[in-house]
Design a protein. Structure first.
Length: 406
């Protein structure tokens, strides 16, 4: 029996975790009052009723809350605080490794560069890491350390009003094709990330592409992904969340994706729009087979998908079942702790209950998160860290009597 207590005790990862979707509600309210940001309500109950709900009518409604969270994250102090608290919240439920993603250019303005943004977030995470890793049980190696990496998100598209930085960029390139401007912004973000990593020690470990899939193809950003590739920044792409298998195909071909965010529509032939693809089932079989063979890991976000896909009636209907049958490398993630009102433990518990996951399967999925992470140090250090995680996981299996249930 896989209990919630066991799920809380085991070391976990969250490698698809949005900083601006994972604030504490109390912090959002305090920062809004401090920075004069208008909210629909200034109580946690009121915000749960009006913005951050358990169920949403559409993806658009789901995303509405980000206008408020990003608005309060426009200073170095606010960014550091949000990062610090997010690390603490994860530590408190046994999460030992996080990769937090966000779009620095949404926080960039005339008084704060992209590098300032990244350094501030790093400062918050580093403070939380230092506090945790100096606890006696961690120092004595009774428990594994807490580690983190930062994934920067480029935007597939942007318009005036997204941020001061994007407004300025659109003004400077007023006579250019907007899609070219989107690509330029992504390349600039890669360059800022490399400087932050190489000159200031910020553990930028990955590059991501977020935003509207439909109408804004990933190949607009292939030069940025090539630049990240050449600078040893690993790659993930939001793909197959709101569009079909072709989006995932672009992610792994044009963008060299090491992981895929969501991949929900990977197995849906009805979502293929290219009329030249006659054998849709064959196309999906080839695509999923390639992903399985190359161990391109899918970052599955169960609760988020339930909230943004009205056609998904029950969790047992989630495409994870097909991923599981195809033997894909999968890890469970929260996406947004605040917007989806979830935790890593919640996601694992839902997966176990909905899909009847065995203790052996659960261990594989949890360890995939560590093994397929974009760990910020050397390969040998990563191997040593993963070994410490496996040892601790197995000690928890023994404690809860699950080592005999394999």
């Amino acid at each position: 029996m896989i209990s919630r207590d066991f799920l809380l005790s085991i070391p976990k990862t969250d490698v698809h975790l949005h900083l601006d979707g994972s604030l504490r509600l109390s912090t959002l309210i305090e920062l809004a009052q401090e920075y004069n940001v208008r909210l629909p309500s200034y109580t946690e109950e009121g915000l749960r009723e009006t913005v951050f709900k358990d169920k949403y009518a559409s993806l658009e409604e789901y995303l509405a809350g980000f206008a408020y969270t990003t608005a309060v994250m426009q200073s170095e102090a606010a960014l550091e605080r949000v990062a610090y608290e997010l690390a603490i919240d994860n530590q408190n439920e046994g999460v030992r490794y996080i990769e937090v993603r966000f779009a620095p250019q949404l926080h960039q303005h005339r008084h704060m560069t992209a590098i300032n943004v990244l350094k501030s977030v790093h400062k918050g995470f580093e403070r939380a890491k230092r506090e945790f890793n100096t606890q006696p049980a961690v120092v004595s190696h009774e428990e594994p350390q807490f580690e983190y990496g930062i994934i920067v998100c480029a935007m597939r598209m942007f318009a005036r009003g997204f941020s001061e930085y994007f407004d300025d960029l659109l003004s400077v390139h007023a006579h250019s094709d907007p899609r070219q401007v989107f690509g330029l912004a992504s390349q600039e973000l890669v360059r800022a990330s490399v400087v932050s990593r190489d000159e200031f020690g910020v553990p930028v470990v990955g590059f991501d592409l977020a935003g509207a899939e439909n109408g804004y193809p990933a190949d607009d950003h292939k030069e940025a992904y090539s630049l990240a590739h050449k600078n040893f920044i690993q790659k993930t792409v939001h793909a197959g969340e709101a569009y079909g298998p072709e989006s995932i195909f672009q992610a792994i071909t044009d963008c060299h994706a090491d992981r895929i965010g969501h991949g929900f529509y990977l197995f849906n032939p009805d979502k293929i729009s290219d009329p030249t693809i006659a054998d849709r089932e064959g196309y999906i079989a080839d695509l999923s087979g390639y992903i399985a063979d190359r161990r391109i890991t899918i970052e599955v976000c169960l609760t988020s998908n339930m909230q943004t896909n009205p056609e998904l009636r029950t969790l047992s209907d989630h495409t994870f079942n097909k991923m599981r049958k195809a033997k894909l490398s999968v890890t469970f993630c929260t996406d947004n702790r605040l917007v989806s009102n979830t935790t890593v433990t919640d996601e694992l518990e839902k997966a176990v209950d909905a899909f009847g996951i065995s203790s052996r399967e659960l261990k594989n999925y949890v360890i995939y998160g560590f093994k397929r992470s974009f760990f910020p140090r050397t390969y040998l250090e990563k191997r040593e860290y993963v070994r410490s995680i496996i040892d601790y996981y197995e000690s928890m299996e023994k404690k809860f009597g699950l080592d005999e249930a394999k």
